[in-house]
Design a binder for this molecule. Structure first.
Ligand SMILES: CC(C)(COP(=O)(O)OP(=O)(O)OC[C@H]1O[C@@H](n2cnc3c(N)ncnc32)[C@H](O)[C@@H]1OP(=O)(O)O)[C@@H](O)C(=O)NCCC(=O)NCCS
Length: 147
């Protein structure tokens, strides 16, 4: 099941992020996003009350929906969890009149790029040297949001 995160999820989200993303967010960064009405933090859990196995953080920026962070526990990947989370985020973006969905991904993150390709994103540009530790370029990807 997918649903909006609660504050009690933030420690688990930081742990999932830690094992998934370079530059992972702190528990406090998740906490602030859950509290901020310009953001949506959506989690996937197997059953009500269980710890999340994946999450997406997105930000509503006028007619743009920006994906800030997404991750699934390593043992739970390739089961459609991230696709389900992205669909829920996109539906919420449409409800809030967003026309496009966008994100930045490390050029070396082949798995994530394959995932975004699979769900219909297209590369729209490169931000040279955006990432540090380790250094990498960012690929900007976009997708139109349609009903
Ligand atoms: C990217 C990520 C969120 C995908 O999550 P997921 O739940 O495994 O994705 P899904 O199961 O919904 O994948 C849907 C499709 O995307 C593609 N895909 C996903 N992961 C892939 C991989 N590692 N290699 C190739 N294709 C992949 C496949 O076409 C897949 O369909 P299939 O499994 O039927 O072949 C996950 O790998 C992850 O947490 N990675 C670490 C964090 C990260 O890189 N986040 C993105 C930062 S921008």
């Amino acid at each position: 099941m997918t649903e909006h995160a609660c504050l009690g999820d933030c420690r688990t989200l930081a742990r999932i992020d830690e094992v998934s993303n370079a530059g992972a967010w702190s528990e406090n960064a998740f906490y602030e996003s859950v509290m901020n009405p310009s953001y949506a933090v959506i989690v996937y859990r197997d059953e009500e009350g269980e710890e999340p196995a994946g999450f997406i953080v997105c930000e509503f920026q006028g007619d743009l929906l920006a994906i800030d962070e997404i991750a699934v526990l390593p043992a739970r990947r390739r089961c459609g969890i991230a696709s389900a989370l992205l669909n829920v985020a996109a539906a919420e973006g449409i409800r809030r009149n967003c026309k496009e969905i966008t994100l930045e991904v490390r050029s070396g993150n082949a798995a994530a790029i394959a995932f975004y390709d699979n769900v219909g994103f297209q590369a729209a540009g490169v931000r040279k040297g955006l990432y540090k530790d380790p250094p990498d370029d960012a690929i900007v990807m976009m997708k139109k949001l349609t009903q």
